[in-house]
Ligand binder design. Structure first.
Ligand code: NAI
Ligand code: PYR
Ligand code: MG
Length: 605
């Protein structure tokens, strides 16, 4: 069934997005509510019923006509950052139009504008571009207000998905302080775009703990807490207060941690994941998507995962997250211990290879190489590649150009199809350009990147014929929306390792290389909603098997389960509005009116 087709069989479900939307709003208040506003597309009868005549020009248009006009306006913006700003204001006016435009018509073109790389520029310029607040800003010096500040966002049933960042390691651009709110917003845009998480049932949060970014502290327009980043006990208490408030206020919500600093990301994840449904995208999401890309690459090179040697350059949250996911998969495939499987990965960080003599973080310890084996030897990337002969090389270092020609040529000497994944974001921080990687390996490298790249042509076909190679985007955005959707719909009480493995298997089963060895390693972005349905299906199945799914009535059959999932995915279409009474309702911080536990938002002035 196509992703936009709804199933009457499941239209009774509370999260069903079929049928009319209850609306208590009229007039300007309705026009000012982005979730309900249809602008020039309000049909004549709704204009009369909702007191809109006189507030709109006569012509009642279709969503397609609005999309055409909005695209013309978008195209007239001179650069990507102003296109990004344009789209933000469109989202503030009319969410259906915003998502429809992106989702159905221009996804490949616009994803890089609302996400990496352009969103990185928007975040760096947050306090200069600021027009209106988006989301929940919590302040480390006002911890006693966390509960009441968060309580404004709805009633207990109202929030399904929270993305929270403390702004310390945004993409590869470091500490962005309060600007981190925009990574929470952008990740939530992707959950709606790619997995149909209801845009009014999610909550972006920034934990403002100060910043160590001198440029921000010196900027008189900076909007965040103007003090050095708070660390230690007070920081831990702050995170804990946030988690407690989130759990108490929105007990159904799944918590997605994004772009926390290296010293906190994994620690926080390990602390909370045994107790609640939560996820760290940089650690787990990146691990899952990268493992799926590696599996697709190995299918082409004809190798087994359990035979693979892998070098990871940049042993932070993402690098170690990938190492763990690959190690666990090797252990399962080869029926060996995790400890044994870890021997196939070499981690390199700022000071070179991590060995038993390195001052390693807890998470890195599983991968330390015996220092005596390396004594007197160089431990930089080139020497390690020359001595280890890796099949897979991963870049999560934020060091642009780190994968040099000699390194890649050295790798190519010992493996016929090197799998090379420069994953640092945004684009300017990639460890290598795909065009160079293909040039240095005569088109043999199997490449996927953290940010999008154009296809590359070269004389790499049979007898030197020109071929064009598509570069897959290996970004956690391919998996986190589907994983989140699976957890939300099954109301999983935890996100277990097995559920993550299931997500990888679901994604790997859709790799285009299954049918065409020249195809990109991961599905194209335009397939993303179907990919999310598949991942969600696998995650839900695993949640049921693990006994952590608390939702009743999850279908057993795959086809029926997919229908059940799709029915609960929000689509950017104008649904008819139904005028309702507003008595007994309360207003949320979004300006929407909520009746106890109702899914549908209304609004009063
Ligand atoms: N493609 C994707 O899906 C994802 C990409 N990333 C990207 O990966 C990069 C790293 O992100 P995180 O792991 O979250 O950051 P992180 O700060 O946790 O890790 C970066 C690591 O690189 C190391 N490093 C810095 N300079 C180095 C050098 N000269 N040589 C070797 N290592 C060096 C740092 O010491 C640190 O351990 C960022 O650019 C981020 O955008 C992160 C998550 C997902
Ligand atoms: C993609 C992502 O999560 C990052 O670059 O941090
Ligand atoms: Mg991230």
């Amino acid at each position: 069934m196509p992703s936009n087709m709804k199933s009457s069989k499941f239209s009774h479900l509370p999260l069903s997005t079929s049928g009319p939307v209850d609306c208590a709003l009229t007039g300007t208040a309705l026009l000012n509510t982005p979730y309900l506003n249809k602008g020039s597309a309000f049909p004549p009868e709704e204009r009369r019923q909702f007191k809109l005549t006189g507030l709109l020009p006569q012509g009642a248009q279709t969503l397609e006509q609005q999309t055409k006009r909005a695209y013309q306006q978008y195209s007239s913006r001179p650069d990507n950052l102003s296109k990004n700003t344009f789209l933000t204001s469109l989202k503030d006016q009319n969410e259906v139009l915003y998502y429809k435009k992106l989702l159905q018509d221009h996804l490949s073109e616009m994803l890089s504008v609302v996400y990496t790389p352009t969103e990185g520029d928007a975040i760096q310029n947050y306090s200069r571009l600021f027009r209106r607040p988006e989301g929940c800003y919590l302040n480390i010096n006002d911890q006693d207000r966390i509960f009441s500040d968060m309580a404004q966002w709805g009633q207990p049933d109202d929030i399904d998905y929270i993305v929270v960042s403390d702004g310390e390691e945004i993409l590869g651009i470091g500490d962005q302080g309060v600007g981190g709110i925009l990574i929470s917003v952008a990740k939530l845009v992707l959950t709606t775009l790619c997995a149909g998480i209801h845009p009014s049932r999610s909550l972006p949060v920034v934990l403002d703990c100060g910043t160590d970014n001198r440029d921000l502290l010196d900027d008189d327009l900076y909007l965040g807490l103007r003090e050095k980043r708070v660390r230690g006990r007070k920081y831990d208490e702050f995170v804990d207060e946030f988690v407690r408030a989130a759990r108490k206020l929105y007990p159904k919500a799944y918590i997605h941690f994004e772009d926390f600093g290296l010293s906190n990301a994994r620690r926080i994840l390990e602390q909370y994941r045994p107790k609640m449904p939560c996820f760290n995208d940089d650690v787990q999401g990146t691990g899952c998507v990268t493992l799926a890309a590696i599996m697709a690459g190995l299918q082409i090179s004809g190798q087994k995962l359990s035979d693979v040697r892998m070098v990871i350059f940049g042993a932070g949250s993402a690098g170690v997250g990938i190492a763990d996911q690959v190690r666990d998969a090797i252990a399962t495939e080869g029926n060996i211990s995790r400890q044994e499987a870890a021997k196939q990965t070499w981690l390199i960080d700022k000071l070179g290879l991590l060995t038993t003599e390195s001052d390693a973080a807890e998470a890195q310890k599983a991968y330390l190489k015996d220092a005596s084996d390396w004594s007197g030897k160089e431990t930089g990337l080139q020497s390690v590649v020359e001595s280890v002969h890796p099949h897979v090389l991963i870049g999560t270092s934020t060091v642009p150009g780190a994968f040099t020609e000699p390194i890649i040529r050295a790798m190519g000497k010992h493996t016929s199809r090197p799998i090379i994944l420069p994953l640092s974001n945004p684009t300017r921080l990639h460890e290598a350009k795909p065009s160079d990687l293909l040039k240095w390996t005569d088109g043999k490298a199997l490449v996927a990147t953290g940010s999008p790249f154009e296809p590359i042509s070269g004389p790499w076909g049979k007898d030197g014929e020109e071929v064009t190679i598509q570069i897959a985007e290996c970004n956690n955005s391919v998996v986190f929306p589907g994983i989140g959707l699976g957890c939300v719909l099954s109301r999983a009480s935890r996100l277990t390792d097995r559920m993550l493995v299931a997500a990888v298997q679901g994604l790997a089963s859709l790799s285009p290389t299954k049918n065409d060895p020249r195809a990109p390693l991961l599905p194209d972005v335009v397939e993303v909603r179907n990919v999310s349905v598949r991942i969600a299906r696998c995650v839900i199945r695993a949640a049921v098997e693990e006994g952590v799914a608390t939702e009743e009535g999850i279908p057993d059959e795959d086809e029926e389960l997919d229908e059940w999932i799709r029915e609960q995915m929000w689509d950017p279409v104008y649904r008819p509005l139904k005028l309702v009474e507003m008595e007994g309702a309360t207003r949320s911080a979004r300006g929407e009116l909520r009746k106890s536990g109702s899914v549908i938002r209304n609004f009063v002035l």
